[in-house]
Design a protein around this ligand. Structure first.
Ligand SMILES: *Cc1c(COP(=O)(O)O)cnc(C)c1O
Length: 240
């Protein structure tokens, strides 16, 4: 390996953070009487460089996520150029005009929250060899506003639209905890929404919930994918 000292230090820092996150996940699984094998850790690498993605991959974390296409697209290209294969998760609010770019590198889009986006992604994913996996982002805010996410009563309609496409594969739901209340009851509601969805779409088994601050509550309420950024890579300088 030709890593310089700075890179070695960074690798060790991420390795230590990862060990701590894995311990938290393991403890949460004990509390929830679940197996850690049921949980996919998605490392959210926004604002951090492609070299951190390479460190994560070397540590066995092959699911990575980003929330802005203009950062994710070049990062994905850099990682690919380095000869490293990871699964990119797109977790941020998505504009229709970015659908084509995202469909070129993402394995899973967590943030599908409106019919017009389904239509755009369906077209964008048309040339792919594998369908693009998608999650319906559900709003858990008392007042569904500008944070993204569809109200719970519109999940069924959106699911039907996704299921009617050839190029998209409905895999489940995603949510972010509300700003104005405890995460536990909100994740419990998400779990009910997920159960209802599964009764019509048995393959929609993914529940993407939980971040650095609330992954324990999410795992308790059935999360299959936790999206962890700052606990792995450090506090971000900028908001995002
Ligand atoms: C940034 C982000 C995360 C990770 O947040 P942390 O608190 O840093 O773990 C998870 N999900 C989404 C949608 C995000 O934008």
């Amino acid at each position: 390996m030709s890593l310089n000292d700075g890179a070695v230090d960074r690798y060790k820092e991420i390795a230590a953070n990862l060990a701590a996150v894995r311990e938290r996940i393991a403890a949460a699984c004990v509390a929830a009487e679940r197996s850690p094998d049921e949980i996919t850790l998605v490392a959210i690498t926004k604002t951090y460089p492609a070299t951190d993605v390479l460190h994560l991959a070397a540590l066995g974390i092959l699911d990575v996520g980003e929330n802005k296409d203009q950062d994710a697209a070049p990062k994905a290209a850099e990682v690919r150029t380095a000869g490293v294969d990871v699964r990119w998760h797109f977790v941020g609010q998505l504009q229709r005009n970015k659908a084509r770019s995202v469909a070129a590198y993402a394995a899973m889009v967590h943030s599908v929250d409106r019919i017009s986006l389904v239509t755009a992604l369906e077209k964008a994913a048309d040339g792919r060899t594998e369908p693009l996996e998608v999650l319906i982002q559900v709003s858990l805010d008392a007042d569904p506003g500008d944070r993204g996410g569809t109200p719970t009563d519109q999940v069924g309609q959106l699911a039907a639209a996704i299921a009617a496409t050839r190029s998209l594969r409905l895999r489940g739901v995603m949510a972010v905890a509300p700003l104005d209340g405890p995460p536990g009851p909100a994740f419990a509601r998400l779990s009910e929404v997920a159960a209802t969805l599964r009764s019509d779409h048995p393959n929609a088994t993914v529940i993407s919930a939980g971040m650095s601050g609330d992954l324990e509550e999410a795992i308790f309420h059935g999360a299959t994918h936790v999206r962890v950024g700052s606990a792995l890579l450090g506090k971000r300088a900028q908001l995002g």
